[in-house]
Write a protein that binds this ligand. Sequence first.
Ligand code: SF4
Length: 90
Amino acid sequence: MGFSLQVDPVRCEGFGMCAELLPEAIELDDWGYPMFRDGILPEHLRELAERAVDVCPVLALRLVSPERVRTALQSRALAPHTALRSDGGG
Ligand code: SF4
């Protein structure tokens, strides 16, 4: 089935410890903030991913199901329509 990683960009302080534990899935940008290579990670990386979540000093990283990622992306896609309705424009 696989899983995904999600980072809270407000909490993340770019220490990069997660990328050290899971270089197969996480690389750091020029400022040391994590970027995920693939959307869905294979199950054999789950244990390492859980360790990466555990070592994050600011609790910015978490595992999510692929379904949850899809739902979040869909709701973001719908957000502009929602804003229009709340403004009385649609
Ligand atoms: S370990 Fe946590 S704070 Fe550090 S880069 Fe990864 S997500 Fe950000």
